[in-house]
Design a protein around this ligand. Structure first.
Ligand code: SF4
Ligand code: SF4
Length: 163
């Protein structure tokens, strides 16, 4: 008679212990939920709101323009030589006035690792990496930047920033 009674008491105490542990864990979770509910959100409603990127951000490339409104590039080929991904293609021509000019210039951003070395190497600050990070597409061809697109990517003078 005494043994079943003791066993019952033991199971009751054990059950209460398990219940206490689970309720405690639940309350702990709820406390965290409540704390997060009243704290400032860390998420932003992208794309309606956009996060400001770091000053050292390396985004999509662009060409700086010269006083004639054309690319500042003098087709020296240094960016092509230094690019670790070998994703820059350049065909240089010499103009009548003796200046070198990029007849064809293309960056395949599918292969680009956004290291910024092309911008570092450029002696005339022609190629730069901008702030834009919204650059996606379903077609690889659309991710190739030619001269026209590089010129069009240049930021407005007021917002102009570079690495
Ligand atoms: S950022 Fe780097 S990988 Fe991309 S084109 Fe420039 S040098 Fe090449
Ligand atoms: S972008 Fe700069 S480094 Fe590259 S070819 Fe033109 S001038 Fe030379």
């Amino acid at each position: 008679m005494a043994i079943p009674l003791l066993r019952g008491i033991w199971w009751f105490i054990k059950g209460m212990g398990v219940l206490f542990v689970r309720v405690f864990a639940l309350l702990k979770g709820l406390r965290l939920t409540l704390a997060m509910f009243f704290s400032r959100p860390v998420t932003i409603q992208y794309p309606e709101r956009k996060r400001e990127v770091s000053p050292r951000w390396r985004g999509v490339h662009y060409f700086e323009r010269n006083e004639r409104g054309d690319t500042r590039c003098v087709a020296c080929g240094l960016c092509v030589a230094i690019c670790p991904s070998q994703c820059i293609r350049l065909v240089a021509v010499e103009l009548d006035n003796g200046e070198r000019y990029p007849e064809f210039y293309e960056i395949n951003t599918v292969r680009c690792i956004y290291c910024g070395m092309c911008a570092e190497a450029c002696p005339v600050d022609a190629i730069k990496l901008g702030r834009n990070y919204e650059f996606v597409d379903y077609q690889r061809e659309a991710l190739v930047l030619d001269k026209g697109r590089l010129l069009a990517n240049a930021p407005e003078p007021m917002n102009q920033r570079s690495i």
